[in-house]
Design a protein around this ligand. Structure first.
Ligand code: FA5
Length: 348
């Protein structure tokens, strides 16, 4: 076979292989097979040494021709295969923007948290500081410092969960009064604080009682604090919380840590005082306990009760939320039923 024929045959073979190549790596292997240093074309060209001098330029130019054609053919096929690969990739990765997105539901605060924050804002606006105290409390702070010595019968009203004989789950937020009075520096001004938090009692759960509930304690100590300061403060609270037309009423009551002590009622926001099912036909709803801080309580914190006086109150935000929203059972707050909780996406 002449070299010309050999070259032609080789060209055809290579063209055939290139035509059939469907992968880029196969194409590259073909390029090496024919045009590489040890490739078939190079092998043929090596045979030129044996040619007649007159034949060499002819065969040489044919060989260059074949090389050029193969190179062009390889390049074009490479581009085609790359394009094909790109198209496949694009189809595979196509995002269907017409699909509806996944809806991430927006969170919101629990209704009790909302009420607590509303109350905090209200008192912060009147210059009160917000103080927190421990839920696992010493008997001394929870009872004794609140003028309830070990044998005091009023302890029975607040039976609780004891950790040890001297440590218990606090039954009210009142111990924070003592903790705050202990450290307050009166040379810097009067003491005005509220203390929100969880409290615990061995109460049987029913529509209005829970063994774990919330309280917000309030305490003001300064010179010349009287019952009228307490009444004025609570009037502002009642109007902001339940509406401008609301009135409050103080009834005599008893707490060992206040003297005198009062229960505070607010005029019914449902019937305006005429009497309805919410206020049990009385026109008034009881919302908190309060009074003038007992001198013993001040003295136990090292405060001179002949010079200073104070008022204190303790309210139950769970009951306030029930009244405000007409909720008939306190247990709804703690059962985490979203059908109930989602009705109170009020704020945030
Ligand atoms: C007290 O706990 C006093 N420490 C309040 C106080 C503070 C009086 C400062 C004077 C001065 P009482 O036991 O009444 O008081 O509870 C206060 C409020 O907590 C009640 O008005 C009620 O709203 C709420 N409460 C009491 N027991 C429960 C309960 N088991 N479940 C839900 N709320 C309750």
């Amino acid at each position: 076979m002449s070299m010309q024929e050999e070259l032609k045959g080789l060209e055809q073979q290579a063209f055939e292989s290139i035509k059939n190549a469907t992968e880029l790596n196969v194409l590259d292997a073909i390029r090496i097979e024919y045009l590489g240093k040890k490739g078939k074309l190079t092998q043929v060209l090596k045979g030129m040494r044996n040619l007649d001098a007159s034949q060499r330029p002819i065969v040489g130019s044919l060989a260059n021709d074949v090389r050029d054609k193969l190179t062009v053919q390889l390049e074009e096929t490479k581009e085609k295969l790359e394009m094909k690969k790109m198209k496949e990739k694009i189809t595979q990765e196509k995002i269907d923007i017409t699909l509806p997105g996944k809806n991430i539901p927006r969170g919101y605060a629990h209704v009790i948290t909302q009420i607590m924050e509303e109350l905090e804002d209200l008192f912060i606006g009147m210059g009160y500081q917000v103080v927190e105290g421990p839920e696992v409390e010493a008997d001394s702070y929870n009872f004794e410092r609140m003028n309830l010595p070990k044998d005091h019968p009023a302890r029975d009203m607040q039976d609780t969960f004891y950790i040890t004989e001297e440590t218990l789950m606090r039954t009210h937020t009142s111990p924070v009064q003592a903790r705050t009075m202990d450290t307050h520096d009166f040379s810097k001004g009067p003491l005005k604080m509220i203390s929100p938090g969880k409290v615990y009692r061995r109460d049987n759960d029913d529509a209005t009682h829970s063994h774990q509930f919330h309280q917000i304690e309030g305490l003001v100590v300064d010179k010349n604090i009287s019952m009228s300061d307490l009444k004025g403060t609570l009037e502002i609270f009642a109007k902001k919380m339940f509406g401008e037309e609301r009135e409050i009423r103080l009834r005599p009551s008893y707490f060992p840590f206040t003297e005198p002590s009062v229960e505070v009622d607010v005029s019914c926001f449902r019937c305006g005082g005429k009497g309805c099912s919410v206020c049990k036909q009385t026109g008034w709803i009881e919302i908190l306990g309060a009074g003038i801080v007992h001198p013993n309580v001040l003295e136990m914190s090292g405060i001179d009760s002949t010079e200073y006086s104070g008022f204190a109150f303790g309210m139950g935000p769970d009951r306030i939320a029930m009244l405000k929203y007409g909720i008939d059972d306190i247990r709804h707050f703690y059962q985490n039923d979203l059908r109930f909780l989602e009705q109170f996406k009020v704020r945030r």
